[in-house]
Design a protein around this ligand. Structure first.
Ligand SMILES: Nc1ncnc2c1ncn2[C@@H]1O[C@H](COP(=O)(O)OP(=O)(O)O)[C@@H](O)[C@H]1O
Ligand SMILES: [Mg+2]
Ligand SMILES: [Zn+2]
Length: 621
C-alpha cells in the first residue's frame, strides 16, 4: 500500500470523479462538447474541494489525443503527462509563492508560444488573490487579449480579494464544501479500494475532522492507516485527534443546563488531567451546541456531521434543552473561546465560564422591573397583603412574581440612604419561595440587600470580581440589621462556605456593600445544616470537611443564627442570583433538594477553585 500520497493518487482524472461539484462539472462538460470553452475561468472555494483537480481534468479534455473531449481517456501520452505534472502545455503557478510582476511577465512572454504537444495551453494560477497589484494588472492585460490557444484557470480560496476587473473577465465557478456524508462516502470508497480497515462510524469522525476538505480528510485517513495497526476505530481516531467524544459533550451540556457547576467543573478537571487540549474541547462543545440549536429547526443540517450512533442521544438532549438555553451556552462559550485565543488560560476560562453559566446572574430587564413595580403598586393600592401560597418559579429568578406582602421599593440604588421608617416584621407563610425569603431579609432591615442581591452580584461582575460573585451568588440573604449581614448557603452549595468566609472574597463584597449601606457590614455565613429546620433531616450529608475547615478570618464573625421564624421550605429555594433548576422539587424541611452524595465531589471542586483563587479577578465579564 502506498499511503504517502493517498490524496494525489485519488485525484480525479475524469469529470465524473469530481464529487459534489455538479454545476461546475456540467457546465464544463457542455463547454468542451460544444467547443465553447472560455479563455479564463475563476475557480473559487475552500481548499481541497477540487479546484486544481478540475482544472487538470479540463486540461486533459482539451489536450487528450482522443479530444477535445469531456471524457479524456487518461491513457494517452498527453493525458499521462498532465497527470504526472510533466506536461509542457499545462503550467501550474502558485501565486502565493510567485507573487510578483516578474513571474507574470515571464508568463506573458511565453503565453504566445504555441502548445508543444497538445492543442491548448492551460495556465493554472493558484491562489490568484495573492498577486501584487502590478502583477494583477499584467495578468489583466493578458486576460483582455488572450491568445486563441490559451485557457487560464485562476483559482482562489478568497474570491473577495480578487479584483473585480479580473472577475469580470472570467467565467466564475464556486466550489462547494462537501457534506460530511459525501466526504465519508468518498473515504469509504478509497479505504475499500486500498484495503484499509475502517469502522463506518470512524469514517464519519474522519470526515468531520476534514472540515469540508477532501484533501484534509484523505490526508488524515492516510496518516491513520499508516499509524494504526488493524482496524481504524472511532475510539482510536478520537484518541489520536485528542477529541473528547460525544459523551463528554452531552454530559457537560447536561450539567450546565441543570446548573450543576460541580459536575461541569469535574469534567474540565478530568480532561485537563488527561492532557486534553481544552481549547479544542471548547470548540467541540460549541459545535455540539450548534447541532442542538439547529436540530429542531433544520435537522438535516444538524445531523449532517453526526454519526448514526450519536443521533439518538443528541435528539434526546435537543428535546430536553430549550433553544434559548442553548443560545445562552453558545454565547458564553464563544466568549470564552475568544479569550482563550487571545491568550487566556484555557482551564481558568472554562472554569469561570462554567461557574457563571451555572450561577446565571440574569440582570433584571426593564420589563421585569416594570411588572414588578406594577404588582407592588397594586398590592399597595389594594392593601391586600396576602402572598400566594406558592409563588411560581421561572427560569430567570428576577421574573419571579413578588409576594404581595412585600411592599418594598424595587431594586434601585435609592436605598443607599436608610429610610427612616422601620418596616413591620411579618411571618413568612409556609411554602414561600426564596423570593419571599429574600424580601423577608429586606423586611428585617432598613436596606433591602436581599432584593438587591442580584444587582450586587452584577456590580461585582462589572468590577471583574467574577469569582467572588460566583461564590456569593449562591448565597441567600438571611437578614441584614444594618450591621450584620447573614448569608446562608443551601446544603448542596455548602462547599462555597469556606470561600464565602475567606477574607479575600469577603473584603471585595464588603466594598460594594459599603457603597450601598454606608458601612461595612459584618458577614455571618452559615450553611443549610446550621438551620434548626434542617438539622438531622432528610439524611443530608454534612458539608465537605474542607469547607468547614476553611479558616474563618477575623473580618468574619460567625455568630449563632438569631433569626426570626424561618420559612419552611426556604432551603429548597434558589439562591438569589441562581436558577438552580432541579433543586426545588423537595418538600419543606428537605435541604437542598440534593442529598445524593454530591457534597463529596463539591469539596473536590472547592479544591480546584481554591487552586485558581489568585486569578479569579481577571477572567470576569
Ligand atoms: N471534488 C472532489 N472530488 C473528489 N476528490 C476531491 C475533490 N476535491 C478534492 N479532492 C481530493 O483532494 C485532493 C486535492 O484536491 P484539489 O483539487 O487540489 O483541491 P483544491 O485545488 O480545491 O485545493 C485531490 O487530489 C483529491 O484526492
Ligand atoms: Mg488547488
Ligand atoms: Zn488522453
Amino acid at each position: 500500500m502506498q499511503h504517502a500520497s493517498l490524496y494525489r493518487k485519488w485525484r480525479p482524472r475524469k469529470m465524473d470523479q469530481v464529487v459534489g461539484q455538479e454545476p461546475v462539472v456540467r457546465t464544463l462538460r457542455r463547454a468542451i462538447e460544444t467547443g465553447r470553452v472560455a479563455h479564463a475561468y475563476l475557480f473559487s472555494g475552500p481548499r481541497g474541494t477540487g479546484k486544481t483537480s478540475t482544472a487538470k481534468v479540463l486540461a486533459m479534455g482539451l489536450n487528450c489525443a482522443e479530444g477535445p473531449t469531456a471524457e479524456p481517456d487518461g491513457t494517452c501520452e498527453n493525458c499521462r503527462a498532465i497527470v504526472n505534472n510533466s506536461s509542457l502545455d499545462v503550467v501550474e503557478m502558485d501565486a502565493a509563492s510567485n507573487r510578483g510582476i516578474d513571474e507574470i511577465r515571464d508568463l506573458r512572454d511565453r503565453v504566445n508560444l504555441a502548445p508543444v504537444a497538445g492543442r491548448t495551453k492551460v495556465y493554472i494560477i493558484d491562489e490568484v488573490h495573492m498577486l501584487t497589484a502590478e502583477a494583477f494588472n499584467a495578468l489583466l492585460k493578458m486576460l483582455e487579449e488572450p491568445p486563441e490557444h490559451v485557457v487560464f484557470v485562476l483559482a482562489t480560496t478568497e474570491k473577495h480579494k480578487v479584483l473585480p476587473t479580473i472577475i469580470s473577465r472570467c467565467q466564475s465557478f464556486d466550489f462547494r464544501r462537501p457534506s460530511i456524508e459525501t466526504l465519508a462516502t468518498k473515504l469509504g470508497e478509497i479505504s475499500k479500494a486500498e484495503g484499509i480497515a475502517v469502522e463506518p462510524e470512524a469514517l464519519t469522525v474522519i470526515a468531520r475532522e476534514g472540515r469540508g476538505s477532501f484533501r484534509d480528510a484523505e490526508g488524515l485517513l492516510d496518516q491513520l492507516s499508516s499509524f494504526v495497526e488493524g482496524e481504524i476505530t472511532t475510539v482510536v481516531v478520537r484518541e489520536l485527534l485528542g477529541s473528547v467524544g460525544p459523551e463528554a459533550l452531552l454530559e457537560t451540556t447536561h450539567a450546565l443546563h441543570e446548573r450543576r457547576a460541580a459536575d461541569a467543573l469535574r469534567i474540565v478537571d478530568r480532561l485537563s488531567n488527561e492532557g486534553r487540549d481544552l481549547g479544542q474541547f471548547v470548540g467541540e462543545l460549541l459545535s455540539h451546541l450548534r447541532n442542538l440549536m439547529l436540530l429542531p429547526h433544520a435537522p438535516e443540517v444538524a445531523l449532517a456531521g453526526v454519526g448514526a450512533e450519536e443521533r439518538a442521544p443528541l435528539e434526546e438532549q435537543a428535546n430536553a434543552v430549550p433553544t434559548a438555553e442553548v443560545v445562552r451556552l453558545v454565547e458564553a462559550l464563544g466568549d470564552a473561546l475568544g479569550r482563550i485565543r487571545r491568550g487566556g488560560d484555557p482551564k481558568l476560562e472554562l472554569e469561570l465560564t462554567f461557574l457563571k453559566l451555572a450561577r446565571d446572574y440574569t440582570e433584571p430587564s426593564v420589563e421585569n422591573l416594570m411588572a414588578r413595580l406594577e404588582r407592588l403598586e397594586n398590592a399597595a393600592a389594594n392593601g391586600g397583603l396576602t402572598p400566594p401560597a406558592q409563588a411560581p418559579r421561572s427560569q430567570a429568578p428576577v421574573t419571579s412574581p413578588e409576594p404581595a406582602t412585600t411592599v418594598e421599593r424595587p431594586d434601585t440604588g435609592e436605598s443607599r440612604e436608610a429610610p427612616a421608617e422601620p418596616r413591620p416584621v411579618e411571618t413568612e407563610p409556609a411554602g414561600a419561595t426564596e423570593s419571599a425569603a429574600e424580601e423577608a431579609g429586606g423586611r428585617r432591615s432598613d436596606v433591602d440587600l436581599a432584593g438587591q442581591w442580584v444587582s450586587i452580584m452584577g456590580e461585582l461582575k462589572r468590577r471583574k470580581q467574577a469569582l467572588t460573585a460566583a461564590v456569593y451568588g449562591e448565597a441567600r440573604v438571611e437578614g441584614f440589621d444594618g450591621s450584620v449581614l447573614k448569608l446562608a448557603f443551601p446544603g448542596d452549595q455548602s462547599f462555597y462556605v469556606g470561600m464565602a468566609r475567606d477574607r479575600k472574597h469577603a473584603d471585595v463584597l464588603a466594598e460594594v456593600l459599603e457603597e450601598r449601606v454606608g458601612s461595612r457590614p459584618r458577614l455571618e455565613v452559615s450553611t443549610g445544616d446550621d438551620l434548626p429546620e434542617t438539622v438531622s433531616t432528610a439524611g443530608e450529608a454534612p458539608p465537605g470537611p474542607e469547607a468547614l475547615q476553611e479558616p474563618a478570618p477575623r473580618a468574619v464573625v460567625p455568630e449563632p443564627p438569631a433569626r426570626e421564624e424561618e420559612p419552611p421550605g426556604a432551603w429548597d429555594g434558589e439562591g438569589p442570583g441562581g436558577t438552580m433548576a432541579g433543586t426545588n422539587g423537595s418538600g419543606p424541611g428537605s435541604p437542598g433538594g440534593g442529598g445524593d452524595g454530591t457534597i463529596r465531589s463539591e469539596s473536590e471542586v472547592f479544591e480546584i477553585m481554591r487552586g485558581f483563587g489568585p486569578f479569579g479577578q481577571n477572567g470576569g465579564g
